[in-house]
Design a binder for this molecule. Structure first.
Ligand code: XIL
Length: 419
């Protein structure tokens, strides 16, 4: 019965998706922002399976209607756009050569569209999410540059066109290339780099632009939000692209903040964002999550980290979005016990959510004077992490709920008054 209901839900979502309004975006690259009255807050969504289910087999292991209803409503009520946490990756969409399977990805796009949300397409080329046939071609037909270029271009074109025609106006932007650099700033030694050579990234962007000239195109990278070798490598690449007219609109800053409690300072983040602004590029915080640190007051440190990132985006006029890597702790890839997102294991809103939302609703405008509203102090709701329920990572929507966590309660809803 649950299966039938699930299938019905999918069809209902797909039907609704067809009614989504088309939006028109500028076709030039980089595409500057024309106004800035609020910055969208996104969340990574997934099909409700456990992490283990995702690994293998690709594509079908996870029924798309298996979302927890609270998960769906938390997403719909509190976020403006979605990123598929896994389902748009090549491992899922082209698990066998030439056999495209968009069923799981369509489920995510339909979920977003049915709630009138847009989608960040993530990611067209992500070497760490290659299907096996890309990384290990049959020994009698090893890759040549032209064969692999053809595979990459076909994948990009087919994927982008699929969403453009099936969900018009929904997938407005793409992470075209994901994580192409190493910590040292050297190129990651992946199959595209080895076989195609240095221009594989450029070729990917050109293919994405040809497939949808209206989509915003991003290079997404991890740990490139502070001044370091990888950040400099990203900067060098994208400034070369801008100079030579390779179509690119922005840089995605992932921002998975670790358990050491260290996160970029406001000045560091604003400086990095300003560098891209000077090139006419946007920046988007694409995968923000903050593990609760082991020492200090984990909740306050986490809140301060979220608040700092949101403030950097608020004050940087080229920052066009913040996406949290997960809707709620229950289904976070870091594990529910890490409490890394803005909603608890029981889907209660954390004070950090209100801080982030307050800042993103009040961004520095593109011109004119601006005095930011007071979003209230980070310390508004004192608590200790010891009151946060711990246990195995969530994944089952049938288990009985643990006791509400410490972020719940009237105080968590207070910031509106504090603004
Ligand atoms: C992660 C997902 O969250 C996990 O569910 C999956 O097992 C591995 O990939 N950088 C990225 C994301 O760009 O695609 C990754 O997502 C996290 C790191």
């Amino acid at each position: 019965m649950a299966g039938m209901a699930g299938i019905a839900t999918v069809f209902a979502l797909l039907a609704l998706a067809g009614t989504a309004p088309a939006t028109s975006l500028a076709a030039s690259h980089p595409s500057p922002m024309t106004s800035r009255t609020s910055v969208p807050l996104g969340a990574a969504v997934w099909s409700g399976c456990t992490v283990a289910t995702y690994v293998w087999p690709a594509g079908l292991a996870c029924p798309v209607a298996s979302y927890d209803a609270r998960y769906r409503s938390t997403f719909a009520q509190n976020f403006d756009r979605a990123t598929a946490e896994n389902e748009f990756k090549m491992l899922w969409t082209q698990p066998k050569r030439g056999r495209f399977d968009f069923r799981a990805a369509d489920g995510i796009a339909a979920l977003a569209a049915s709630a009138s949300k847009t989608v960040r397409g993530h990611a067209l080329v992500y070497p760490a999410a290659n299907p096996r046939w890309v990384d290990k071609p049959f020994f009698l037909t090893p890759w040549t540059r032209s064969r692999l270029l053809d595979v990459m271009r076909t994948h990009i074109k087919t994927t982008v066109r699929h969403f453009k025609s099936k969900f018009p106006g929904v997938v407005t932007e793409w992470d075209v290339v994901n994580e192409p650099f190493l910590r040292s700033g050297a190129r990651d030694d992946n199959v595209y780099q080895r076989v195609i050579g240095n221009d594989w990234i450029e070729q990917a962007f050109r293919a994405a632009n040809a497939a949808d000239p209206d989509a915003l195109l991003y290079l997404n990278e991890f740990d490139a939000d502070t001044p370091n070798a990888r950040q400099r490598a990203v900067y060098a690449l994208v400034s070369d692209f801008v100079r030579r007219g390779v179509p690119i609109d922005g840089v995605g800053l992932e921002m998975h903040v670790g358990a050491d409690g260290r996160y970029p300072t406001l000045v560091e983040l604003k400086n990095v964002m300003a560098q891209y602004n000077a090139l006419g590029l946007r920046v988007s915080v694409t995968e923000l999550d903050v593990l609760r640190p082991i020492e200090g007051d984990p909740v306050l440190i986490q809140r301060a980290a979220y608040d700092t990132v949101a403030q950097a985006c608020q004050e940087s006029t080229n920052c066009d979005g913040v996406t949290i890597w997960g809707v709620a702790d229950r289904y976070s890839w870091r594990g529910a016990a890490q409490a890394a997102t803005l909603f608890s294991r029981n889907f209660t809103k954390k004070r950090a959510y209100d801080l982030v939302r307050c800042r993103l609703n009040d961004p520095k405008p593109l011109s004119g004077t601006w005095t930011p509203k007071d979003c209230g102090p980070v310390e508004l709701v004192p608590e200790t992490a010891s009151t946060e329920p711990t246990g195995p990572t969530g994944g089952s929507s049938t288990a009985s709920d643990p006791a509400p966590d410490a972020e719940a309660g009237p105080a968590a809803a207070a910031p509106a008054a504090a603004r």
